[in-house]
Design a binder for this molecule. Structure first.
Ligand code: SF4
Ligand code: SF4
Length: 391
């Protein structure tokens, strides 16, 4: 188990330095991305559904028809009651996969919610995510109480209202479960009162991976270091066997040789079908029309490298919102000419935007079906072939 120290959650690295870098920095489209001359990955028959992993048939069909829709219902965000509500609502609405951090309590809340689904609803695939390194998706706010001067500067910048000032005492109150680790609050704090700690811990990860009800895992990586990828599989191999594996990273800005090495390394380590999820504008929590373009353009740029890897499913995340359906069907420029992104991108993962989309309906309505209808309205433009909203 020497590889332990390579995981972000196993290190003593000072994440604060990294966190103070604005998340948006350096994520402008695909600047610096090496131009690739080969044609993009074209639709090619995928291997028949897998003997090597337990990818559910309806999820495989969604990937094959480029209509896969995943909702990140509980990353670092771990308000368990809300995670359970979100899991059930998006399952009822037809999501193909639910992504949660590999934290036992979060996974259990999701599984318990799925146990309450009606028999005619297709159960989404449960995907447990963990960091390979100091990936920013797995962080949780920590308040160093003695350093806080209760100035309130952190309140307006937090997208999920983690902070509040007590009306009587005036002291800062921190609702930690609501935090999803975006880092926006750190630069505005005039003292050293705020910090971010790693969220997923190894003991919990092992427990989650041993659960057969978790069909899929997603490995997040900020650096996409092939050595760390190999060590991860050396260390966790038996626990990963039989799971459908997704590798989430940001290829934009990396050299072509680096991206090629990542694909080759994963293909050597994973028998059969797996996913590369291209991250674009992580944790942007925005409804901005342009926010999904970095992920889409990076996926288009990566696509030619996947031409000889039909076992790789290509999806996008980071900045995904209601506008993404439009961009997927637009004709866009790639390094090889004009292309519709939906021709090569098989689906998406939507996080903060999706959670916020149904948040008010969950708060305001006594009828859970209202939130389900709200969720369906989000999914509908992506044309989901679910039992409830056939294409
Ligand atoms: S701004 Fe981001 S990191 Fe800070 S408390 Fe809110 S969600 Fe957490
Ligand atoms: S900005 Fe910093 S000092 Fe001010 S209330 Fe927030 S945590 Fe406390």
């Amino acid at each position: 188990m020497a590889w332990l120290g390579c995981l972000g959650y196993g290190t003593a690295r000072d994440l604060k330095r990294i966190d103070r870098e604005p998340l948006e920095a350096g994520i402008s489209l695909i600047e610096g991305y090496a131009v690739v001359a080969a044609p993009p990955k074209t639709k090619s028959p995928h291997p028949p559904a897998d003997s090597a992993c337990r990818l559910p048939v309806h999820v495989a069909q969604a990937l094959d028809t480029h209509t896969y829709f995943k909702v990140i219902v509980g990353g670092s965000f771990n308000e368990l009651g809300r995670v359970a509500q979100l899991a059930r609502v998006f399952a009822m609405a037809g999501a193909h996969a639910l992504d949660v951090s590999a934290h036992p309590a979060v996974v259990q809340a999701t599984l318990t919610a799925l146990d309450t689904l009606p028999a005619d609803v297709a159960r989404p695939m449960v995907m447990a995510s963990f960091p390979l390194d100091d990936d920013p998706h797995f962080r949780k706010i920590q308040l160093n109480r003695p350093d806080c001067i209760d100035c309130g500067a952190c309140l307006p910048v937090c997208p999920t209202r983690v902070f509040d000032l007590d009306a009587v005492s005036g002291h800062l109150h921190v609702d930690e479960p609501l935090c999803y680790g975006c880092g926006r609050c750190l630069p505005v704090c005039p003292t050293t009162a705020l910090d971010l700690d790693a969220f997923v811990l190894r003991d919990g990860l092992v427990q989650v991976l041993a659960d057969d009800r978790v069909e899929s895992v997603e490995i997040h990586s900020a650096q996409a270091d092939c050595y760390l990828i190999e060590r991860c599989f050396d260390d966790l191999g038996p626990l990963l066997a039989g799971k459908y594996i997704s590798f989430c990273y940001r290829p934009a800005g990396l050299e072509t040789t680096h991206n090629r090495a990542v694909i080759e390394t994963l293909s050597r380590l994973i028998p059969g079908r797996f996913m590369i999820q291209v991250d674009g504008n992580p944790m942007s929590a925005t409804s901005d029309a342009q926010s999904s373009r970095p992920a889409i353009e990076a996926a288009l740029a990566l696509s030619p490298l996947l031409r000889d890897y039909p076992q790789v499913d290509l999806t996008v995340s980071g900045g995904i919102n209601a506008h993404t359906a439009h961009w997927l069907r637009q004709t866009m420029d790639s390094s090889t000419g004009k292309i519709q992104p939906i021709q090569v991108i098989q689906g998406l993962g939507m996080g903060t935007f999706a959670r916020h989309w149904v948040w008010d309906a969950l708060d305001a309505s006594a009828h859970p079906d209202d939130a389900v209808e709200q969720a369906r309205a989000l999914l509908a433009p992506f044309c989901f072939p679910s039992r409830h909203s056939p294409c």
